[in-house]
Design a protein around this ligand. Sequence first.
Ligand SMILES: NC(=O)CC[C@H](N)C(=O)O
Length: 228
Amino acid sequence: MKFAVIVFPGSNCDVDMFHAVKDELGEEVEYVWHDQESLEGFDGVLLPGGFSYGDYLRSGAIARFSNIMPEVIRLAKEGKPVLGVCNGFQILLEAGLLPGAMRRNDSLKFICKPINLKVANNETIFTAGYEQDEVISIPVAHGEGNYYCDEATLQQLKDNNQIAFRYATENPNGSLEDIAGITNERGNVLGMMPHPERAVDSLLGSADGLKMFQSIVKQWREKHVVTS
Ligand SMILES: NC(=O)CC[C@H](N)C(=O)O
């Protein structure tokens, strides 16, 4: 399976994302600069964390106009896995691939620490490797992670089982109903504030994030059975 890590001016988790896929997961991965216009040949897209365009206006608000974004949207519409982490999640919201918006943390402070998450839906291509309601440890690092949506959208998220992760023991940013990650209705686009790519080896304090990448690959292989 071949992944693209999209790199924007100001991305700073692209190298960790690349390392997670190449060295820990053992799959193919390439960096794709935001200015490129094609994602031909890629099976999945990873939007890493960071401060694209310095978080000017709102985080993700400028990155979503990048040349590569129509291709990210095309792959998402084709049903390919698209994972946005932190700033990647913010970009997916700004691009309209996921509903809702991100506000500044209620503390108005940047928060960086390991956090407990509850797997709220293990029936997605990203979370199938976890138990339902399993509590996992993944670090957060953000200033704008306070997820918000209106009541009708929240109801839709619940009705369609689109809430993938909730903060388990503490809500670090004030997000609505402890939401830490959501999928689109089809389930192939996931945005999450915590960083699974920073939790891929016990040396890093947790390997709980690796299961997410392994789940994506497992589901993909099941769909693309090699016959020769
Ligand atoms: N680690 C990140 O991706 C940071 C996200 C974003 N720039 C924020 O502070 O909210």
